[in-house]
Design a protein around this ligand. Structure first.
Ligand code: SF4
Length: 312
């Protein structure tokens, strides 16, 4: 198939890292040879799309009539937006080192409702499971829109999302009904409004706490005033000395940590997932592998811990 669209970038894209852990990336699946595939649904019709790396570019492949091709192009252009290398992370040597390491990673975005569904599915589950469940859910419903999910029974939803946790079916069904009632355009406007109201609104939805709401805001509304705090980020920023804390991830500690991190600049919000990449590679919970970590020369933990004596 000939490429249907090419997006060019200032840096060489790193598609594998891009697709690793970001919530919008969980709608995409690896299909071999460095290719990734997802299916968009336009009025219920499936439109499969593949993407692969090229020289300072991404090439997309899809087959669709001209009238819908423009819509697919718009969605793809929106989804693959900023590169990590273009974020302003010069305020601290550690952040600059992280940005330089991951400069080719693309910060992905999703529509608010899709981001919400993907994030709920990812609660307490791996990305691999979401990658299996979400396409099946979208295919069965003709696109995971609020109206189409609201039309499914809780039992149907539970069967479709079983490996992501059937207990999430009722919260997905309730949320879909709420969003279908107000309309997806109104929902998008609420989520994308500036200020704290969007966070408050999202946290009022069934099964949505701060981390899920912050994921939706960061990935679907380009929010720069909050970020999701998961166990990897909580651990890594402390070890690095960027935001030291003691104790458990309580609401008070989390809120202070977010304030501290955003003092390094608002681009910390879209860059938050880079700490998860570090946390899953060298800075694991069991024992940090500082000897193999590109951040060792910047790291408070590495500077104060003799080699071979790393403790979690
Ligand atoms: S140097 Fe060690 S403690 Fe610091 S971020 Fe890397 S693995 Fe974690």
């Amino acid at each position: 198939m000939r490429p249907s669209m090419t997006l060019r970038f200032a840096h060489q894209p790193d598609l594998a890292a891009t697709m690793d852990i970001q919530i919008p990336a969980l709608a995409w699946q690896p299909v071999g040879d460095g290719r990734w595939r997802r299916t968009y649904h336009l009025d219920g019709d499936p439109i499969p799309v593949e993407v692969t790396e090229a020289d300072h570019a991404l090439r997309f492949f899809f087959d669709t009539p001209p009238d819908t091709a423009a819509l697919v192009r718009t969605r793809l252009t929106d989804a693959f937006g900023t590169m990590v290398g273009d974020l302003t992370l010069d305020t601290h040597p550690t952040l600059k080192a992280i940005r330089d390491r991951y400069r080719g990673v693309i910060v992905m975005t999703a529509a608010p409702f899709e981001a919400l569904v993907l994030t709920i599915l990812s609660q307490n589950r791996t990305g691999e499971i979401v990658r299996q469940v979400y396409p099946a859910l979208a295919a069965a419903s003709g696109g995971a829109t609020p109206q189409r999910l609201a039309a499914l029974s809780v039992d149907q939803l539970a069967a479709l999302i079983r490996s992501a946790g059937p207990y999430k079916a009722s919260r997905l069904a309730e949320t879909a009904k709420i969003v279908a009632t107000i309309g997806v355009d109104a929902f998008d406007r609420i989520v994308r409004q500036p200020g704290p109201q969007a966070l408050v609104y999202l946290e009022s939805l069934p099964g949505v706490a701060h981390k899920t709401a912050a994921c939706v805001l960061v990935f679907a509304a380009a929010t720069r005033t909050t970020l999701p705090v998961d166990t990897h980020l909580f651990r890594v920023v402390d070890r690095l000395g960027l935001a030291s804390h003691a104790g458990r991830n309580t609401k008070t500690v989390r809120d202070q940590l977010i304030v501290t991190l955003l003092r390094y600049g608002p681009d910390l919000a879209p860059a938050h997932f880079l700490f998860l990449l570090v946390g899953r590679s060298t800075c694991t919970a069991s024992a940090p592998n500082c000897g193999a970590c590109f951040l060792a020369e910047h790291c408070q933990h590495a500077a104060t811990t003799p080699p071979g004596s790393e403790q979690p």
